[in-house]
Design a protein around this ligand. Structure first.
Ligand SMILES: Nc1ncnc2c1ncn2[C@@H]1O[C@H](COP(=O)(O)OP(=O)(O)OP(=O)(O)O)[C@@H](O)[C@H]1O
Length: 218
C-alpha cells in the first residue's frame, strides 16, 4: 500500500508547490494518475519513488516511511522494491536486449545476478514477445519493442510497486494497447501495485482507479 498524507514539495528554482492532502493506493491496485500539464504528475511519481523528498508530510510504502529516509536509504529502497518506466526508454545502445534487461543487476550491488535472474530475464522477454530478439541491440528494435525491453528491465527485480511515467506517450494505438495489456496482466498476476501517469484518456477504462491531480478538480 502506498500512502501519502499532507505532502508539500517545492523545487528550489520554481514557484510551483506540489500539495497532496491524502491518498492511499492499495497493494496490487492498478491506478492511473491524470491532470493537466504542469500539475505535478511527474513530481508525484518522483516523490513516491523517493527520488524527491517532500518538504513536509508522510509518504509510506508497505508501512515503511519513505519520507523519513535519507537519500541513500531511499535509493536502496527504490532499487529493491520499485520498478520505474519512463516515456523515454533510456536503454543503453551498446548493450543487447538481454543485457539491458539485466542492467539493474550490473549497476546495483544490492542485487545479485545469478542463473535464476538470467532465467527470469528470458521468461520476461518471452512474455512481452521479445523471446527471439534478446541478442539484438536497441537500434535494431521498433519503438514498441524498446518500450517492452524497458518494461522487462523495470520488472526484473520483481518490484512490489511499478511506477510508469507516460509509458505509452510515443506509441501508436496498437503498441499502446499492447503495453497496457502487458503491464496490467503482469501486475495482476504478481499482485504488483501499478501506478501509471498518463495524458491518454483512451487507456483510462483499463484502470480500476483514476486519480486526478488537478488542484481544481474537487
Ligand atoms: N527540476 C525542476 N526544477 C524546477 N521546477 C521544476 C522541475 N521539474 C518540474 N518543475 C516544475 O514543476 C511543475 C510540475 O512539473 P511536473 O513535471 O511534475 O508536471 P506534470 O504534471 O508531470 O507535467 P506534464 O504533464 O507536462 O509532464 C511545473 O511547473 C514544472 O515547471
Amino acid at each position: 500500500m502506498i500512502s501519502c498524507n499532507n505532502i508539500t514539495f517545492k523545487y528550489p528554482q520554481s514557484d510551483f508547490v506540489f500539495q497532496l492532502k491524502n491518498m492511499d493506493i492499495k497493494k496490487g491496485q492498478q491506478t492511473a494518475i491524470i491532470g493537466p500539464s504542469g500539475c505535478g504528475k511527474t513530481t508525484f511519481i518522483n516523490l513516491i519513488s523517493g527520488i524527491l523528498k517532500p518538504d513536509s508530510g508522510v509518504i509510506s510504502v508497505d508501512d515503511i516511511t519513505l519520507s523519513d529516509f535519507n537519500k541513500t536509504e531511499r535509493q536502496d529502497f527504490r532499487i529493491v522494491s520499485m520498478g520505474l518506466i519512463f516515456q523515454e526508454f533510456e536503454l543503453l545502445d551498446y548493450l543487447s536486449v538481454f543485457e539491458n534487461i539485466l542492467l539493474p543487476y550490473r549497476i546495483n550491488s544490492l542485487l545479485s545476478l545469478d542463473k535464476k535472474v538470467k532465467e527470469r530475464a528470458k521468461i520476461l522477454a518471452e512474455r512481452v514477445g521479445l523471446g527471439d530478439k534478446i541478442t539484438r541491440y536497441p537500434k535494431q528494435l521498433s519503438q514498441g519493442e524498446r518500450q517492452r525491453v524497458a518494461i522487462c528491465r523495470a520488472l526484473i527485480a520483481e518490484p512490489k510497486v511499478l511506477l510508469c511515467d507516460e509509458p505509452t506517450a510515443n506509441l501508436d494505438p496498437v503498441n499502446r494497447d499492447n503495453i497496457i495489456d502487458i503491464l496490467t496482466s503482469y501486475c495482476q498476476d504478481k499482485q504488483t501495485t501499478l501506478v501509471v501517469v498518463t495524458h491518454d484518456h483512451e487507456i483510462l477504462p483499463r484502470f480500476k482507479s483514476v486519480i486526478n491531480l488537478n488542484p481544481h478538480s474537487s
